[in-house]
Design a protein around this ligand. Structure first.
Ligand code: ATP
Length: 270
């Protein structure tokens, strides 16, 4: 880690190879995040304006956070992560201040990735039919407007890309999906059989496997298991594996994959 004017440059250690499956998603992230940072001069010369924000949506435990870290690693970019819990502080204005400070640090440590994890600023808490039920809506509104201002200001600062992960794509404020904000929306699906095989292989890399362990069979048997579920299988016996249940159901997966992301870019193909 190097220090850039008081800001520590932290680059995650996780790489694309640590993520099983998801070839298409990785490719899009390479194009949208890795290339513009690595080849900033060429993008500039050719007059291509890089994507400022990428929104990842999909069921929990399927590597949205890991993808964001791998993108930062590949681009050798500093990684700043913010969660809803950190932003929703009990003191008025603290969340907005943290948001502004994070963008400021990201500028100093650039190239940088700012990652919003399940964040209420991008998908605010639902309020009751009468509107504001708990006062959170106003906090959410202030955070959202600060985030919009910061993202719009990125034009001047090069080498900063904002990534966000959500389990609730339908709750994303449409203003965030306008051009120059989250220009790219990527669905991160649960792993298919091949993806599950790769995930099992990755997470058993460092352990000797018994002759009776057939990862292909395990991959075929684990439909609707998330990457996090599969990681938890590590080192378990055949008998234990048989008793495990996936954390997803088909209807939940369908709900995620059919999510309509509201906003003018919904139909844009990436
Ligand atoms: P959440 O929505 O709950 O935050 P997420 O989609 O961000 O989840 P991660 O936190 O990236 O998921 O993944 C959870 C764990 O599962 C990680 O420890 C990761 O190593 C493992 N995992 C998930 N998907 C994969 C994958 N495709 N390859 C390897 N490991 C995976």
């Amino acid at each position: 880690n190097s220090v850039t004017r008081g800001v520590t440059k932290e680059i995650p250690a996780v790489s694309w190879d640590d993520i099983g499956g998801l070839k298409a998603v990785k490719k899009k992230l390479q194009q949208a995040v890795e290339w513009p940072i690595k080849h900033a001069a060429s993008f500039d010369r050719l007059g291509i304006s890089p994507i400022r924000g990428v929104l990842l949506h999909g069921p929990p435990g399927c590597s949205k956070t890991t993808l964001a870290k791998a993108a930062a690693h590949a681009a050798q970019a500093s990684f700043f992560s913010l969660s809803g819990a950190e932003l929703y502080s009990k003191y008025v204005g603290e969340g907005e201040a943290l948001l502004r400070r994070t963008f400021q640090m990201a500028r100093l440590a650039s190239p940088s990735i700012i990652f919003f994890d399940e964040d209420d600023a991008i998908a605010p808490k639902r309020t009751g039919p009468s509107g504001n039920s708990s006062g959170n809506a106003t906090v959410g509104e202030r955070l959202l407007s600060t985030l919009l201002t910061e993202m719009d200001g990125l034009e001047l600062a090069t080498g900063i890309i904002v990534l966000a992960a959500t389990n609730r794509p339908n709750a994303i404020d449409a203003a965030l999906l306008r051009p120059g904000r989250f220009d790219m929306v990527l669905y991160v699906p649960p792993p298919d059989a091949e993806g599950r095989y790769e995930i099992l292989r990755i997470h058993t890399r460092k352990m000797p496997l018994g002759d009776d362990v057939d990862l292909w069979k395990a991959a075929e048997r684990t439909e609707l298991f998330t990457g996090a579920d599969l990681e938890g299988l590590e080192g378990k016996s055949e008998a234990a594996l048989r008793s495990l249940r996936p954390s997803l159901t088909q209807s939940v997966v369908d709900e995620y994959s059919n999510a309509a992301i509201h906003g003018p870019l919904t139909r844009r193909k990436h």
